[in-house]
Design a protein. Structure first.
Length: 157
């Protein structure tokens, strides 16, 4: 009887170890920590209205079996800017370059929307993107940095 209990217990532990999620989407918050400094790239005269930091969570865009996974890691800020778009891009580019970001739209970002884009290779080898634009003429600007999660990403999007 004791042997049977030990065998069942070992099988249960082995099954849990093999099938339980073994990451958090961002173990230790390392990806979010690499994205967060982008907020410091906003020019001094840009009035930030909010800063939002989102760790990954279990998600499925379509709710179908097999598409559940981790959402993206996101840092976002809304801000007011009274200067020209060119001055904003120049200021952001200088500051972001010092943080390791490269100018240029990564693959998958439509041309012309958003207004500006940068990319950066993170320490885990994944590619993060940073975009800056406005939803409509005259609306506040929005800076959004996004990185893929560690582990299986949500599907069906």
């Amino acid at each position: 009887m004791t042997v049977a209990v030990i065998v069942v217990g070992c099988v249960g532990i082995l099954a849990w170890w093999m099938f339980a999620p073994n990451d958090s989407g961002d173990p230790g918050g390392r990806v979010l920590a690499q994205l967060t400094p982008v907020i410091s790239a906003l020019p001094e005269n840009a009035a930030s209205s909010y800063v939002w930091k989102m760790e990954p969570h279990q998600d499925s865009c379509d709710g179908m079996a097999g598409t559940f996974g981790w959402s993206e890691v996101v840092v976002q800020s809304g801000f007011q800017w009274k200067g020209t778009s060119q001055d904003l891009a120049h200021s952001l580019s200088q500051r972001l370059f010092r943080l390791g970001w490269r100018t240029g739209a990564p693959v998958g970002i439509p041309v012309g929307q958003p207004e500006f884009a940068w990319s950066k290779t993170l320490t885990n080898g994944t590619e993060a993107t940073l975009t800056v634009g406005r939803a409509a003429n005259g609306s506040p600007w929005q800076l959004t940095a996004v990185a893929p999660p560690v582990g299986r990403a949500a599907g069906g999007c």
